[in-house]
Design a protein around this ligand. Structure first.
Ligand code: HEM
Length: 410
């Protein structure tokens, strides 16, 4: 049940090797996080998939017993988001935003995304070499999500630094993460105020309108049950939703694009296949998400009651982490799981989750990644790594799987 021989540090250094051992050893392990707090780690595909959709595993921290790992600590105005909520609050808010993320809406964004990609490639071209992460993989999703939400151009520059401080807090400088949270909160509150007085044609203005529609004397939304006035947002929910969409819409997409480029550059035969048949791209994006997805762990869940997973009973109030990255390499589910195979069929990966919290932005993430890779390969026929692969470093965290830099030449 426990794997004392496997340290978290070694799992961070070699996640797929570590998960292979954990999966073979037991379906569920009790581990202790860097903050000293324990959690249960679920590693096999069928258990992870089932647990993702298990209503007995709650996302609301109110179900956490003291002394268990809880994840990010954010102020209420950022914390009242979908990833900390269960039905009925989750249902109400998800319904409100899902309209903005339908495949049809996303299809309409394709041409603007292609334009952004081409502009970034234009700026990169003359130098002949670049850090692809900073020059392409990061600015593309930030531009797309900021355009969608309506974040003005001048306000976009601090975002990468803020999200980095949250994802990989520097243990020697805890104040940096706190400062980033404070800055983000100030930013969203200010932006919402400005959009209240001068609404635009964007998602944030639409959400503010929903929030402000509340009639005179009507109660705050927290007192409103689903079904009676179930299309309203509280002020904390509004700021939290804007934060979640920007954060989730940016962070993971950057690293899916960069991880995919690295996978291609280290698998020349797969790169050649995609260059020869660009129409493989949609299946390829699924395979990149399975093979080296940017979100290797689902959001922590808390057992509302004793829950048995893979034969192991997790007591009520304890924390469960579902290892999506491990499930996606489970040999019982995927033939030859450590092989990158862009033609893989029936790729039921869990990189975007499963169940009611299934990634809201999945159609956007897929489209952006497909556009980014297609444009990049078309523009640079001789794209190659510009550093020995052993020198590339990943961010030192289990929570996210992403490179610090991706030096390329073209
Ligand atoms: C490659 C990119 C992405 C990956 C790998 C990814 C991954 C995920 C995963 C695994 C979940 C489920 C978490 C859980 O159940 O524990 C999730 C939820 C979510 N994602 Fe994504 N995501 C990506 C892109 C995006 C984008 C582009 C957006 C928005 C524009 C977005 C917004 C969200 C939101 C709002 C949720 C919460 C949904 C809910 O709780 O109902 N994500 N994502």
């Amino acid at each position: 049940m426990t794997a004392p021989e496997l340290s978290l540090t070694s799992l961070v250094a070699d996640p797929y090797g570590g998960y292979t051992r954990l999966r073979a050893d037991a379906p569920v392990h009790r581990l202790v996080g860097p903050d000293g707090l324990p959690f249960w780690l679920v590693t096999r595909y069928p258990d992870v998939r089932q647990a993702l959709a298990d209503p007995r595993l709650a996302l609301d921290k109110a179900h956490a017993a003291p002394g268990n790992y809880r994840g990010f600590a954010l102020p209420p105005a950022l914390d009242a988001n979908l990833l900390n909520m269960d039905p009925p609050d989750h249902t109400r808010i998800r319904r409100l935003v899902s309209r903005a993320f339908t495949p049809r809406r996303i299809a309409a964004l394709r041409a603007p995304v292609e334009k952004v990609a081409e502009q970034l490639l234009d700026s990169m071209a003359p130098a002949g070499r670049a850090d692809l992460l900073a020059a392409y993989a990061a600015p593309l999703p930030i531009t797309v999500i900021c355009d969608l939400l309506g974040v003005p151009e001048d306000d976009r520059h601090d975002f990468r630094a803020w999200t980095d401080s949250l994802i990989t807090p520097d243990p020697d400088r805890p104040e940096a993460a706190r400062a980033a949270v404070k800055a983000m909160l100030g930013f969203f509150t200010g932006l919402i105020e400005r959009k209240r007085t001068a609404p635009g044609d964007d998602l944030l203005s639409d959400l503010i309108a929903v929030r402000d529609e509340r009639g005179e004397g009507e109660p705050e939304v927290r007192d409103v049950r689903e079904g009676e006035g179930g299309d309203r947002l509280s002020e904390d929910e509004l700021t939290s939703l804007a934060f979640l969409i920007l954060f989730a819409g940016y962070e993971n997409t950057v690293h899916l694009i960069a991880n995919a480029v690295l996978a291609l550059l280290t698998h020349p035969e797969q790169l050649a296949a995609l260059r020869a048949e660009p129409e493989l791209i949609d299946g390829a994006v699924e395979e990149f998400a399975r093979f080296d997805g940017p979100a290797p762990l689902a959001i922590r869940r808390f057992a509302r009651e004793p829950v048995t997973i893979g034969g192991v009973t997790v007591p009520a109030g304890e924390t469960v982490l579902l290892a999506l990255g491990s499930a996606n390499r489970d040999p019982e589910q995927f033939a030859d799981p450590d092989r990158l195979d862009l033609r893989r069929r029936e790729n039921g990966h869990l990189a975007l989750g499963h169940g009611i919290h299934y990634c809201l932005g999945a159609p956007l993430a897929r489209m952006e990644t497909a556009v980014a890779l297609t444009a990049l390969l078309r523009r640079f026929p001789r794209l190659a790594l510009d550093a020995p692969v052993e020198r590339l470093r990943h961010r030192p965290t289990l929570r996210a799987r992403g490179l610090l830099e991706l030096p390329v030449r073209y």
